[in-house]
Design a protein around this ligand. Structure first.
Ligand code: PRP
Length: 210
């Protein structure tokens, strides 16, 4: 009997898209899992166990082997820089990482940038040769330029609605974001059959939708 595959799933907006993809791939995740507040969900009929983690923590659980595989956005991959093996671009939760500011922004003396992604932002501005002070926030990043905390932000843009409703503009796109399937390096060897067969199923759905 194959060992249970521990899958770290990100709670929140990616979860719905990821579980829909699993279902399309012929893995019938019961509907009640979507609404559950349980954090560890055994799925014995699929040979899996879901671990519902905060998205930013998924690569940490996978790197340490607390989960064999996980689903994580490219934004988190770039920011956390964890030692995990990227298996598949799932093509879901598509958006981009961008520099955003007020429409009348001009380079000035105060060069503060607020973001949930301090590593990504620091690296980007270093590469651009711009000296900035990066301020870490945990959410509602768009507030920062509106109330004078920073002159620009680095954040995700999906539909652009948050920008528009707050009178901000996208200045540069830094990279495209989609969700990735990642694996712990040891699990990838030890549970290769199970992981590979999941990848094959998911890949079929992804290729069909391209
Ligand atoms: C994210 C991101 C933007 C918004 C972009 O925030 O930080 O604020 O979504 O999406 P849009 O382009 O479709 O408007 P999230 O909703 O995750 O909440 P947060 O403010 O807590 O980061």
């Amino acid at each position: 009997m194959a060992e249970t595959l521990k899958v770290a799933m990100p709670k929140g907006r990616i979860y719905k898209k990821a579980s829909a993809l699993f279902r399309e791939a012929g893995l019938p995740i019961p509907e009640e899992v979507d609404e559950s507040r349980k954090l560890v969900i055994p799925l014995p009929e699929l040979g899996m166990e879901f671990i519902l983690a905060k998205p930013v923590d998924v690569p940490t659980f996978v790197e340490y082997g607390a989960a064999d595989i996980g689903i994580v956005g490219k934004d988190v991959m770039m920011e956390e820089n964890r030692d995990v093996y990227e298996l598949l671009d799932l093509g879901i939760a598509r958006c981009r990482m961008s520099v955003i500011g007020l429409p009348d922004w001009k380079p000035g003396i105060q060069q503060r940038v607020a973001t949930k992604y301090p590593n990504v932002a620091s690296q980007y501005f270093r590469e651009q040769g711009q000296q900035v002070e990066v301020i870490k926030l945990n959410g509602s990043i768009e507030l920062a330029p509106l109330i004078g905390l920073s002159d620009r932000i680095v954040d995700m843009v999906e539909t652009g609605q948050t920008l528009r409703e707050n009178g901000l503009v996208e200045m540069n796109s830094i990279f495209e974001i989609t969700s990735r399937l990642v694996a712990n390096r040891v699990s990838y060897r030890m549970k290769n059959g199970q992981i590979q067969s999941l990848c094959d199923r998911l890949q079929k759905v992804i290729s069909a939708s391209e």
